[in-house]
Design a protein around this ligand. Structure first.
Ligand code: NAD
Ligand code: UDP
Length: 337
């Protein structure tokens, strides 16, 4: 474990504010979560191996003396005094999680195991960032939590899908055996500022391509669907699920039920950015799910949560973020990978 820049506040005793470990805190969702927890007055320790996370996602948090970070791969065990743990550590974009599938699987399984053991040790409540990929290429639409899914165990997406399924099983079993207070969010496609320009997921790809006037790469015929949730809505869902006084020890879908084809999305982004980009078609990746939309009945009932940001509005602020990342004040484009 390498300590970086600022020391973790290891000597801090529990006070009215909680000490919260955010694994994967330097990533897209993790950095928004760290920010929210700090604003809520908590002590936050971000643990990240910076494989897809970035230091620039954390710069603005260094002004909080209640924030610290540790460079650490959760595949190895870790010990810190903590009251709560959020496990977001895992590459989420298909090209990134497929780049080293064995490490993705280890992150999901050994990483979850290590953080669950930490939760047992400190009697901490623990949150798992699970995923709609649990449902694979779903044959039930929209997907309720009770659907067991349609997942290939032997393909390029399996390291992620089966890794995340195994992690849910570990959370279930630690709850049964040790009474760990678990919370599991099944997250559907979420987007927003602080995604990497080279993240590889559809919204960041299309916005970056549109801003650069490059071809928009629609995989397949673009008739496959996804439901896109804006990051602020999702983080509110995390906080409500983790803070819920009623013990919600079963998985909860968090996502925006608005459903769009990938082709719709491409056209909407071209129109919004006023881009000269043209749509081109590339081969559909193996096992790419045909359709996806969350049934959020449970989140509405148990957390009084539902998304409030419409796709058009969320895309606008995401495009503004990428514009700041990509375009110099002179109008010149900044190169990204
Ligand atoms: P991201 O790639 O931006 O963030 C993942 C973070 O985890 C990065 O900071 C990365 O460096 C870190 N990480 C990866 N492996 C690690 C390891 N072994 N040890 C320590 N740190 C490690 O992705 P994101 O979109 O912010 O996703 C965060 C979490 O939410 C992931 O667990 C992902 O599976 C889950 N999720 C995200 C979405 C989404 O649409 N964004 C959907 C479903 C699930
Ligand atoms: N996709 C696309 N062009 C891209 C990136 C993705 O058409 O440049 C498609 C992809 O094939 C999938 C959908 O967009 O059907 C969502 O892909 P993403 O990687 O964002 O998320 P996931 O497939 O994990 O839901």
């Amino acid at each position: 474990m390498n300590m970086a820049f600022k020391s973790a506040h290891l000597s801090l005793k529990h006070t009215d504010k909680r000490i919260i470990l955010v694994a994967g805190g330097a990533g897209f969702l993790g950095s928004h979560l760290c920010e929210r927890l700090l604003q809520d007055g908590h002590e936050v320790v971000c643990v990240d191996d910076f494989s897809t996370g970035r230091m620039e996602n954390l710069w603005h948090l260094l002004r909080f003396d209640t924030f610290s970070f540790i460079r650490h791969d959760i595949v190895a065990s870790i010990d810190l005094p903590v009251d709560e743990i959020y496990n977001l550590a895992c590459p989420a974009s298909p090209p990134h999680y497929q780049a080293d599938p064995i490490h993705t699987m280890k992150t999901c399984v050994f990483g979850s195991l290590n953080l669950l053991e930490l939760a047992v040790h400190h009697q901490a409540r623990i949150f798992q960032a699970s995923t709609s990929e649990i449902y694979g290429d779903p044959q039930v639409h929209p997907q309720p939590e009770g659907y067991w899914g349609h997942v290939n165990s032997f393909g390029p997406r399996s390291c992620y899908d089966e890794g995340k399924r195994s992690a849910e099983t570990l959370f279930h079993d630690f709850h049964l055996k040790y009474g760990v207070d678990i919370r599991i969010a099944r997250i559907f496609n979420t987007y927003g500022p602080r995604m990497r320009p080279d993240d590889g997921r559809v919204i960041s790809n299309f916005i970056v391509q549109a801003l650069k006037g490059q071809d928009i790469t629609v995989y397949g015929d673009g008739s496959q669907t996804r439901s896109f949730c804006y990051v602020d809505d999702l983080i509110e869902g995390f906080i409500r699920l983790m803070g819920s006084p009623s013990p919600i020890h079963t998985p909860v879908n968090l996502g925006n039920p608005g459903e769009f084809t990938v082709r719709d999305l491409a056209e909407q982004i071209i129109a919004m950015t006023g881009s000269s980009s043209k749509i081109v078609h590339k081969p559909l990746p193996v096992d790419d799910p045909r359709q996806r939309r969350p049934d959020i009945t449970v989140a509405k009932r148990e957390l009084n949560w539902e998304p409030t940001v419409a796709l058009a509005e969320g895309l606008k602020s995401t495009a503004a973020y990428f514009e700041r990342q990509l375009v110099r004040p002179s109008g010149e484009l900044v190169e990204v990978a």
